[in-house]
Design a binder for this molecule. Structure first.
Ligand code: AMP
Length: 265
């Protein structure tokens, strides 16, 4: 019989601002070590060590669905400007209108929270107009309660590493994107990190999967964020946000991993 599973989440602050967050799902026996790992990450963050950290542990009731991670494509780009142009093209191909893609790229570049700050969660963006739909523009929507399945975690990480995808951020972002792409009404996601040293990011959509772009910003740039694009024509906001924030989901196998390609523009 599978052991009971728990959601463990950590969010850390510094100077009264969001510093970082982390999400895992694990059996009870793994929780103490995992809590220590997450706390260590918050205390050694590139943005400075956390001044406050909040850890939440919650037992998940009932069985948790397992599914496959999205397919991965890596686009090699020469610089951040080419990366952003590539991201724009991939968003258009996913069905996002040009105005929405361009305005959202500009918002991530400026800092999408009020005052040009980084958000704690993701923007929700109307793919047909670019309008922002999240209730709180500083918090956004926090995608939560997802992870690699504990019983296949090592195997999946080994398969990703064998394909050159061995940065822990890639696995975490793949899991997050995998959940986002299953939310009702979502047609695409755009992300680049606020970590000044982590320069790659991605566009994800249900048809193409996770399209990694090797450079979406320059070193030293501490702006970044996430945008989830929705088709509002038959969109149920509450169903979408509840799925993203509350529905537990585990990934137990990798998707197709495609050959690395150079973006030709
Ligand atoms: P990261 O990739 O962890 O550097 O995060 C980049 C940005 O994505 C953060 O600044 C947040 O705005 C957003 N973000 C991080 N974690 C989540 C999450 N679990 N759900 C939604 N947005 C997130």
């Amino acid at each position: 019989m599978n052991p009971d599973l728990y959601s463990i989440r950590l969010r850390a602050e510094r100077s009264g601002r969001h510093l970082c967050g982390a999400e895992r799902i694990a059996p009870e026996a793994d929780l103490p070590a995992l809590a220590a790992t997450l706390v260590a990450r918050a205390m050694t963050h590139a943005g400075g060590s956390a001044e406050a950290a909040h850890c939440t542990i919650e037992k998940l009731m009932g069985p948790v669905a397992r599914c496959r991670l999205p397919a991965v494509t890596t686009w090699e780009v020469a610089d951040a400007a080419t990366g952003r142009a590539a991201a724009c093209r991939l968003l258009l191909a996913a069905g996002v209108c040009a105005a929405a893609a361009e305005s959202t790229l500009a918002r991530l570049a400026e800092g999408p929270a009020p005052g040009g700050l980084v958000m704690r969660g993701a923007m929700l963006v109307d793919a047909a107009s670019g309008a922002r739909l999240e209730a709180d523009p500083a918090r956004g929507v926090r995608v939560s309660r997802m992870d690699l399945a504990p019983e296949s975690r090592e195997q999946v990480l080994a398969e990703l590493a064998a394909a050159g995808l061995n940065h822990h951020r890639v696995a975490e972002a793949l899991v997050l994107a995998g959940k986002v792409l299953q939310a009702p009404g979502v047609i695409a996601e755009l992300c680049w990190s606020d970590d000044p040293e982590y320069l790659s990011g991605y566009v994800a959509d249900p048809r193409q999967g996770y399209q990694r772009i090797t450079r979406l910003k320059d070193a030293g740039d501490a702006k970044g964020g996430r945008a989830i694009f929705v088709d509002t024509r038959s969109w149920d906001r509450s169903a979408c946000v509840t799925f993203l924030e509350r529905q537990p989901l585990l990934f137990d196998r990798p998707g197709q991993i495609r050959q690395r390609q150079t973006w030709q523009g």
